[in-house]
Design a protein around this ligand. Structure first.
Ligand SMILES: NC(=O)C1=CN([C@@H]2O[C@H](COP(=O)(O)OP(=O)(O)OC[C@H]3O[C@@H](n4cnc5c(N)ncnc54)[C@H](O)[C@@H]3O)[C@@H](O)[C@H]2O)[C@@H](O)CC1
Ligand SMILES: Nc1ncnc2c1ncn2[C@@H]1O[C@H](COP(=O)(O)OP(=O)(O)O)[C@@H](O)[C@H]1O
Ligand SMILES: [K+]
Length: 469
């Protein structure tokens, strides 16, 4: 019953179409749908048994194979001596779910909502295709209003798997157990916020290696024993109209691994920390220093002709560049034409991504489609940030778990940009740097505690680094 050891499903985040294709491939290779359902149901049942701790369990079963999983779960729990019952408003509609119901020894009723301490929601999985109504909606409303421990199997039953859209009563689960692979909804807001703790059951699917994946915690190397400040990476932060934002970014960058951070500014910065070198003079000439390993441009830059000139100067230097904030309102096809875009990266929030898509004539229904199209059209590595960040680069697509919501504070984006640019200065790989930055930013927020300021967050990043060494 255990899945084969060569399963490559760990971490993949799939659409319904990709999921169905992976399951079809398994069946072509000789694994029956029944066998897949047994693996899924048993794997999930072991989690339910662990979480229930002897409490009474009620399993809600729908008409499709998600309901089929429910019968397998109930059967496993019943045979394990756990008090369990099933509610199924409609009989199974698929052969495999019918077989699961026929072999299920747990008591089954077609109506009511039994009082239980643990509820397992198997009404709909990735097959949900329309608004939930009638008896199914009533069950979900009861589930919403009860105080029991709530477990969603595969995908919460009112959530559309590809879009995260809510197609029925909206409720919060304590635990969501994904089957076979993660689905997009597991990492799309607001759906992901209602799923509680998330766990994945491996059912031995073989999944294409280029499928989007959930980002795994990075391993960050300390400086080599013979390192010096330049070898560790010199980052140039280009300042503009507003002094605060680039200073915040530089504060974070100094604590993210770069050996040397310079603020290139025509203003004086009496508030700058002593360890930050502030350099004036002609920007193009300063950026021609071959020891500069990466450039950050955008925080506090401004959006006028002078700002655009600075952006041009940065691009002309031919170095790896991270564009954030105001720079994302200035970038356009003419500016990057003919350059090596593989060393360029952008960190737009929702509004800035919309701005970039308009500038580069890109359309896409969802954030992931827009980010992917922007990368494919321009070659630029894109981190579409927010509570549900998505990274798209030459190594494919990465999803992330949600960081602390305390990050929703002014200036935290400048901190993220500083961290990411610093990591680019260290190793030169934009996609790796952005992935590291999301983790460091989140971890720094955990360490900084509640209601931190962006400055406090920036000054915590070196402690966050310790978690990834
Ligand atoms: N196909 C496979 O090989 C496997 C599938 N598994 C399970 O199967 C699930 C997908 O199964 P299905 O494709 O059968 O789909 P679901 O069980 O998610 O639900 C689809 C069924 O519900 C009906 N339906 C959809 N929306 C409805 C609505 N709003 N109101 C009433 N009826 C509605 C559909 O007509 C269909 O009969 C997965 O989420 C997973 O739980 C697992 O058992 C692993 C193996
Ligand atoms: N609710 C949230 N939960 C988790 N992270 C969030 C949330 N809101 C914002 N963030 C993160 O905080 C940062 C905000 O950046 P941004 O919108 O550019 O703010 P600012 O421009 O004020 O610096 C991003 O890294 C984003 O991913
Ligand atoms: K479900």
């Amino acid at each position: 019953m255990a899945p084969s050891s060569n399963s490559r499903s760990a971490g993949a985040v799939l659409t319904v179409e990709q999921m169905a294709a992976a399951e079809h491939a398994a069946m072509v290779s000789g694994v029956s749908e029944w066998e897949l359902m047994q693996r899924a149901g048993e794997g999930a049942a072991r989690w339910v048994a662990r979480m229930s701790g002897g409490r009474t369990v009620s399993v809600l079963c729908g008409p499709g194979n998600n309901g089929g999983d429910g019968y397998v779960i109930a059967d496993f729990l019943y045979r394990s001596g756990i008090p369990v019952s099933v509610v199924a408003p409609k009989p199974p509609a698929t052969d495999t779910a019918k077989k699961a119901r026929e072999t299920c020894v747990a008591p089954i009723s077609s109506d009511g909502f039994p009082a239980a301490e643990v509820y397992v929601d198997c009404l709909f999985g990735y097959g949900l295709s329309r608004q939930v109504e009638g008896a199914f909606a009533t069950l979900l409303e009861h589930l919403r209003d009860t105080t029991g421990y709530k477990i969603a199997i595969d995908v919460p039953s009112s959530i559309a798997s590809d879009t995260g859209e809510n197609l029925g009563p909206s409720l919060y689960y304590d635990l969501t157990i994904a089957l076979g692979a993660w689905k997009r909804a597991h990492f799309i807001m607001p759906a992901m916020a209602g799923m509680g703790v998330k766990r994945l059951v491996d059912i031995g699917l073989d999944i294409a290696e280029d499928a989007p994946v959930l980002s795994a915690a990075p391993q960050i190397e300390p400086p080599a024993p013979d390192s010096h400040k330049y070898r560790r990476g010199l980052l140039a932060v280009v300042a503009g109209e507003m002094p605060g934002a680039p200073l915040l970014a530089a504060e974070a960058a100094m604590r993210s691994g770069a050996g040397y951070v310079k603020l290139l500014s025509e203003h004086s910065h009496p508030d700058a920390p002593a360890e930050l070198v502030v350099e004036g003079g002609d920007l193009a000439a300063t950026l021609s220093d071959e020891r500069i390993a990466a450039v950050l441009v955008g925080p506090g830059l401004g959006r006028d002709a002078k700002a655009r000139g600075k952006l041009s100067a940065a691009l002309d230097a031919g170095k790896p560049i991270l564009f954030d904030a105001d720079a994302l309102h200035l970038l356009d096809p003419a500016l990057i034409e003919g350059g090596d875009t593989s060393q360029l990266a952008v960190t737009p929030h929702e509004g800035e991504l919309a701005q970039l898509c308009a500038a580069f004539s890109i359309e896409g229904e969802s954030k992931i489609e827009r980010a992917r199209a922007l990368h494919e059209k321009t070659g630029i590595t894109v981190l579409a940030k927010g509570p549900d960040s998505i990274l798209v680069g030459s190594k494919g697509v990465r999803f992330f778990n949600r960081g602390p919501s305390w990050l929703s504070a002014a200036g935290t984006g400048d901190v993220l940009a500083g961290i990411a640019a610093s990591r680019i200065a260290v190793h030169g790989d934009p996609q790796r740097a952005l992935e590291e930055a999301v983790w460091l930013h989140s971890e720094a927020a955990h360490i900084a505690g509640p209601a931190f300021t962006a400055g406090e967050l920036a000054r915590t990043v070196n402690q966050a680094l310790e978690c990834f060494l």
